[in-house]
Structures are given as structure tokens and as C-alpha cells.
Design a protein around this ligand. Structure first.
Ligand code: PLP
Length: 399
């Protein structure tokens, strides 16, 4: 047997040769629209902090108060060492915000997915998943050992066929004991496009299935109260499980699931990532509660409106450069490149010009589908967008 290091050396070499080498760029300042990295100031188009809340005074103060009162850590799982006020307050705030009966908080969105889906689904069941769903949803579906069917991205015809198949399968093979769970994202994390949620809800009502919608990139940004796309489409009541993260527009860290009281109770008993993992740090939960309140305030409304202005400005400018855009607007805008090495090279040139636009490559997206992933924030100025567009024009990326 070869030594571990020898095996890893050769695996790393092949990653390098495929143009897939990754490095974490050091950053010296808070996650804001402008930051210091590698000794230079850059405009940050890499962060999911869409409303510019991560370094907001209200979140810092809430986190600071929680540290002063409850310290750095939460001690153990909440089932072991108790549920602290920041956890309880956050769950109350999330349930009120999303208009659901209850909420349960996890240490990350990833943990929420891999806790909930395997708790709810098993070998008797069928999970139906969009092909571009986030890795945590795919991993969760695999961990559940349910039969898994993956439909082409947003393809409602194929989805209908799979749901009909699933209905027959659970009726026959599981003698009516199996259940069906339809899983999608509301805004896709690497493509910036949106799922046809209203049609999917209609389909699952017609054919009989439960539904989980991951609103990681929509919470705080869509709908009159900024709850997400389920609110914007008026269909939140038709979805059993609403998932989200506290780490993106909510500027903190953690994940959550909203749904019925029974859902929460059951997950407390069965979601392994909840039971066997230390509760979120009090500071993160307190900051998230402040963010949930802020999003619902007049300031939250104004920040969201500002973000949508920037999205409109960027889309207009990119369209003028001949860059194809997702049909419906969202704060994530991919700029398709294709070849991995070329995406990295362009990303590097933009960084040198003062813009951090990450090159996204396999395994985050498919091979040969590398892209620059632009994420916009309410913290960007109109000038930031204009300068970026000018830099992109210089690179002649359009058709
Ligand atoms: C980021 C993300 C998650 C994971 O959330 P974390 O809190 O970062 O673990 C889940 N789903 C989607 C769609 C995401 O983009």
C-alpha cells in the first residue's frame, strides 16, 4: 500500500492538470461590497451578503451583546445542554417572518438539509430533485436511501412523468406506505435563474407529493415582506417545508427549516445533524435575529429596493455587451465562459483591475461549464457596476 501522502500528491497533481486547482484568497476586512484582499482594495462581487448586512451595526451589536451574556459557545446540542434565548428568539422571529407555524435552526443550511431529508424519507420513499439542486440537497437525498429521480433543470414535462412514475411505484412497491418528496431551489445558486414554483406546487397538489423549497438565495429579497419567492408567488401555504440559510442575505450563519409544529417536533427527534451537533453559537443566532427584524423594517425595504436597482442596472449593461442573461432577474448573474482555465484567467485579470468576480468551476458546476459568478449587493454603488461593465467590455466576453 502506498502512503497517504503519495496517493494525495498524485490526486492533487491531476486536479492541477485539469485546471481545477483552487486557492482561498486571503481577505483582511469584513465581508462588504468593498474589501481588502491581497493588499489591494477590490469591489467584491463574490459574496452572498446581498443586502450588505454581514457587517451592519445592528448585527454586530446583537452579536456583541450575545457574546457578553452567553459567551462564545453554546456548550452542546440543545437537547443536551438546553435552548438559549438567542436560539428561541431566532426561531420565533423566523416563524413570524415566514408566516409558518414554527421554525427549527441548524448550524448551517447544509446541516439543515442533511438533517431533515434523511429524517423524513427512507427506502420506501421517492425523492424527486432538480438536476441543478445544491450539493447539500443531493447529499441529503442520497443519505436518505430513498429512491432518487433527477429531472432536467426546470423541466416540468419530465417532472410530471417522474411524479406519475413515483406515484405508481410507491403504490405498488411500497404497498401505499411510501411517500414522495419534491425538492428544488427557488433561485439557483450558480445559474441565478428561478424555478417555476407555482407550476410545481400545482403539479404536486394534483399528483400528491410533499415539497421542500430551498430559498437560500431568495430569503430577504423577494416578495412584499421579503420572505422569498414563495411569498412573491403567493404559494407558501402549498409547500410543507421551507428551507433557508442565515448566511446569505441574512448576513450571519446557520440554516433553518420552517413548517408545521409537527415538522419541528419530529426533526428535533430524528434529524441527526440537529441531535448530534453543537447548537449554533449564540452570537450567530442573535445576529441572525437582528437581520430578520432588519429585513422587515423600512431600512430593509430600502436596501432591498436598492439591490433591485443594481440588478436592473447590471442586467441592462450585460445585455448591451451581448452576454446572455437568466430570464428572470436575481442577484446572481453568471457570465458563461466554458473552459476552466479561461474562466480563471479572466477572473484573475478582473481582480487585477480591482473587481473580485469568482470563477466557478467543476465540481461546483459541470465540466466545461465554467463561468464568472457575479453576485450583487445593496452595498454596491451605481459607479461600482459601471466600472465593472467597462472592465468587462475591455475583455470582449459577449457574442
Ligand atoms: C449556500 C446554500 C446552502 C447551504 O447553506 P449554508 O448555510 O451556507 O450551509 C444550501 N442551499 C443553497 C441553494 C445554497 O446556495
Amino acid at each position: 500500500m502506498k502512503s497517504l501522502d503519495v496517493v494525495l500528491e498524485s490526486r492533487l497533481e491531476s486536479i492541477r492538470q485539469d485546471g481545477l486547482w483552487r486557492e482561498m484568497r486571503p481577505v483582511e476586512s469584513a465581508q462588504e461590497a468593498h474589501l481588502r484582499g491581497a493588499g489591494v482594495e477590490v469591489v467584491n462581487f463574490s459574496s452572498n451578503d446581498y443586502l450588505g448586512l454581514a457587517a451592519h451595526a445592528a448585527l454586530k451589536e446583537a452579536a456583541g451583546r450575545a457574546v457578553a451574556r452567553f459567551g462564545g459557545g453554546s456548550g452542546a446540542s440543545r437537547l443536551i445542554s438546553g435552548s438559549l434565548p438567542p436560539h428561541r428568539e431566532l426561531e420565533d422571529a423566523l416563524a413570524r417572518f415566514k408566516g409558518s407555524e414554527s421554525a427549527l435552526v441548524f448550524s448551517s443550511g447544509y446541516a439543515a438539509a442533511v438533517g431533515a431529508i434523511p429524517a423524513l424519507m427512507g427506502p420506501e420513499d421517492v425523492i424527486i430533485l432538480d438536476r441543478l439542486a445544491h450539493a447539500c440537497l443531493i447529499d441529503a437525498a442520497r443519505m436518505s436511501r430513498a429512491r432518487l429521480r433527477v429531472f432536467r433543470h426546470n423541466d416540468l414535462d419530465q417532472l410530471r412523468g417522474m411524479m406519475e412514475w413515483a406515484r405508481n411505484t410507491v403504490a405498488e412497491e411500497s404497498r401505499g406506505e411510501g411517500n414522495i418528496l419534491l425538492v428544488t431551489e427557488s433561485v439557483f445558486s450558480m445559474d441565478g435563474d428561478t424555478a417555476p414554483l407555482a407550476e410545481m406546487v400545482a403539479l404536486k397538489e394534483e399528483l400528491g407529493a410533499w415539497m421542500l423549497v430551498d430559498e437560500a438565495h431568495a430569503t430577504g429579497l423577494f416578495g412584499e415582506h421579503r420572505r422569498g419567492r414563495l411569498e412573491a408567488e403567493g404559494i407558501a401555504g402549498g409547500v410543507e417545508i421551507q428551507m433557508g440559510t442565515l448566511g446569505k442575505a441574512l448576513g450571519s450563519a446557520g440554516g433553518f427549516l420552517c413548517g408545521s409544529r409537527n415538522l419541528r417536533q419530529f426533526l428535533i427527534h430524528r434529524a441527526r445533524s440537529f441531535i448530534f451537533s453543537t447548537a449554533p453559537v449564540p452570537a450567530a443566532s442573535a445576529a441572525a435575529t437582528a437581520a430578520v427584524e432588519l429585513v422587515q423594517s423600512e431600512e430593509g425595504r430600502a436596501r432591498c429596493a436598492l439591490l433591485w436597482d443594481r440588478i436592473g442596472q447590471a442586467r441592462e449593461g450585460l445585455a448591451a455587451l451581448g452576454i446572455p442573461l437568466p430570464v428572470s432577474p436575481a442577484p446572481i448573474i453568471p457570465i458563461p465562459i466554458g473552459e476552466e482555465g479561461r474562466a480563471v484567467e479572466i477572473g484573475k485579470r478582473l481582480f487585477e483591475a480591482g473587481f473580485w468576480v469568482p470563477a466557478v468551476r467543476y465540481p461546483t458546476v459541470g465540466r466545461g461549464l465554467a463561468r464568472l459568478r457575479l453576485s450583487l449587493s445593496a452595498g454596491h454603488t451605481a459607479g461600482d457596476i459601471d466600472y465593472l461593465l467597462a472592465a468587462l467590455r475591455g475583455l470582449s466576453l459577449g457574442r
